[in-house]
Design a protein around this ligand. Sequence first.
Ligand code: ASP
Length: 335
Amino acid sequence: MGNRRQFLQATMLAAGAAVLPRVESTPVAGGARVVSTWDFGVGANAAAWPVLARGGSALDAVEAGARWAEADLCNPTVGRCGNPDRDGVLTLDASIMDGDGRCGAVAALEDIAHPVSVARAVMEKTPHVMLVGAGAQQFAVAQGFQKTPLLTDSARDAWREWLKTSKYAPQINAERQTRPGDKTNHDTLGILARDAQGRLAGACTTSGMAWKLHGRVGDSPIIGAGLYVDNEVGAATASGVGEEMIRNAASFLVVELMRQGRSPADACREAIDRVVRKRPEASKTLQVCFLAMNKDGDVGAFALHRGFVYAVQDASPGPHDRLQDAASVYRTEQK
Ligand code: ASP
């Protein structure tokens, strides 16, 4: 695309014509784009973008982005710095999917630093889609992933503090408050990419809800709940209280709504409305967020409550770490 434009510009200049207007909406990497949930999505996008910029696959890009988030030692809800469950055990959930319907997932995985890569190995090296718990760990080790204790001192301290009340009460956008002075939103990293060939892929990785029951699995590793991708239509991912996404097969729903002609933002909004219609009272006190991209790379998002942000990166001019506020049903950010 870039070469063609340069050729046209050179031809028109030679003919004395005006230079073609800059086509700002046409990324130089042929329409490649990556989007990620929350403000830490900026870092994930920065890790994913070089893959797309050199013509790599959307699948490699989302894995690179998710691995960045899993290694981020500032993030108490994703990867190795995640908060543990109520028994003090850190369990990780992740999934990966490409637009051809290939997918893999792991749930309740312990002591393996990169669950998204284990999920990819499940997808590529087994006839299965999901492995859980001890079986997922056994598979990971057999694939060469190193088993290493992951719970950080700060996560252990936060858990000990939580034990004083032992109250499981997820709060809207409140996992950011688990560390003194921590000002960022912390939830699941959901990442969606479109590569220069127009292929889509997505990944989702999380330590789940802090202080959950041991063995609890959220939406993130469940294909159709926390993540869904279809090259014919688009891709969607989710963050927030995963039980709501599972109840509504929500990421699948968002993609199917786009299939019916809805824009990404509109599809996310309708999925949020379903959550509200099913559980109007509960939805006042919990956060649910959707992020979607259609096959053309258009992006949209919607949340139940104010405070959900997502990051966009592509080859368009300007800052490459654009953070966008998602619209929401409830406008007041709850603390
Ligand atoms: N969706 C994740 C889960 O329920 C957590 C989150 O995104 O906040 O495990």
